[in-house]
Design a protein around this ligand. Structure first.
Ligand code: 5GP
Ligand code: MN
Length: 331
């Protein structure tokens, strides 16, 4: 595994002499963000009860609330007080922390645990492994295996399940499967975690997915697929931004396409762009070019302008990569 950390993190050492610890994950928390935060939070509470630990996340999506401790998550930062250590999880850059960033800035020390290739190691201690399937997998490697409780195992398992697309994506390594096996031995109900947090969709989620699929278009000689969901559709279906999770992955499954582009209009002339690739195109480079980031096959960025402009700008960058790699292989 490629390591870009400035030290090999030993949790005991980083926690030494710390009395107050805060943890934070990225805006619009996904399964790995919630799983890694809750896994480490529960472990610290169980194994280091002398340390006061708080976890800060935007509202945890309903489906993930089956994970223990999610009802203790803080969605606002206190007006006063600082922490001895701030642990930033699953965040490719510090801005991705959103509302908890001031706590990071004020903390005595900072630690970043992450697997985004775009991460530039912005904390005092950085444990960044771009090859790791998920931040949850990295958390597992920091813990003493025999001290991992069932509740911690459930959280980490959920995180790994989400960032590997249920052990399907190429980031799933033999180590990932071994870690999943270790977690299963803690007595978790893996099938239920997969069903309830990954596959189960509300009626609204399925409706808006249907809309996105119906209105999708093949472009760039059918090598890309693009779909846009506008604010008026969100209002019509009474959908929340978290209801859009999974749409871009479904678009990518379209036979023949290399890249899926999904635009969610968050304000007039402003879009949250999600990119997914089958491998020929490195979408993290494209997202980073426009100020975002992510992984080779899954990345995101917020962009301004008309949907037309945004799509044109993105497809121009995709074309650069596809043209340089020659014709796509027959699949
Ligand atoms: P999604 O498309 O699901 O929002 O994000 C895909 C991946 O790209 C995730 O790993 C996410 O953390 C990352 N990502 C999404 N949006 C942004 C962004 O605006 N900035 C950065 N740095 N990363 C992003
Ligand atoms: Mn992740």
């Amino acid at each position: 595994m490629e390591l870009r950390n400035n030290m090999t993190i030993v949790l005991q050492d980083v926690l030494k002499d710390k009395r107050r610890i805060a943890m934070g994950g990225h805006v619009r928390p996904d399964g790995d963000c919630v799983g890694s935060c809750m896994g480490l939070y529960l472990y610290l509470k169980e194994q280091f009860p002398q340390i006061h630990t708080d976890v800060y996340l935007e509202e945890v999506p309903e489906a993930y609330r089956m994970i223990s401790g999610t009802d203790e998550v803080k969605t606002q930062i206190p007006e006063e007080g600082t922490y001895d250590l701030f642990i930033c999880l699953d965040c490719g850059d510090v801005k991705r922390l959103g509302f908890s960033e001031p706590l990071f800035e004020k903390a005595g020390e900072t630690l970043c645990i992450d697997h985004h290739i775009s991460n530039e190691a912005f904390a005092d201690y950085n444990y960044i492994v771009p090859d790791a399937s998920s931040t949850s997998e990295l958390i597992f490697t920091l813990l003493e295996k025999e001290k991992i409780s069932k509740a911690v195992a459930e959280a980490l398992y959920m995180g790994i399940v989400h960032d590997t697309g249920v052990f399907q994506y190429s980031c799933t390594s033999p180590e990932t499967m071994e870690i999943a096996a270790e977690l299963m031995r803690k007595g978790i109900n893996g099938s239920e975690i997969i069903e309830k947090t990954y596959y189960e969709k509300t009626y609204i989620q399925n409706q808006i997915l249907g809309r996105a699929l119906l209105e999708s278009m093949l472009i760039m000689d059918k090598r890309c697929i693009v779909s846009v969901i506008r604010q008026r559709s969100m209002r019509f279906f009474q959908a929340q931004p978290t209801d859009l999770e999974g749409i871009v992955s479904q678009l990518r499954q379209t036979k023949g396409v290399e890249v899926a582009i999904f635009l969610h209009e968050i304000e007039p002339q402003k879009f949250k762009v999600s990119l997914r690739s089958k491998g020929a195109v490195d979408v993290s480079v494209i997202a980073k070019h426009f100020g975002g980031g992510g992984h080779v096959r899954a990345a995101g960025v917020t962009m301004s302008g008309s949907s037309h402009d945004v799509i044109n700008n993105i497809t121009a960058r995709i074309a650069l990569q596809l043209d340089h790699s020659g014709e796509p292989e027959d699949k």
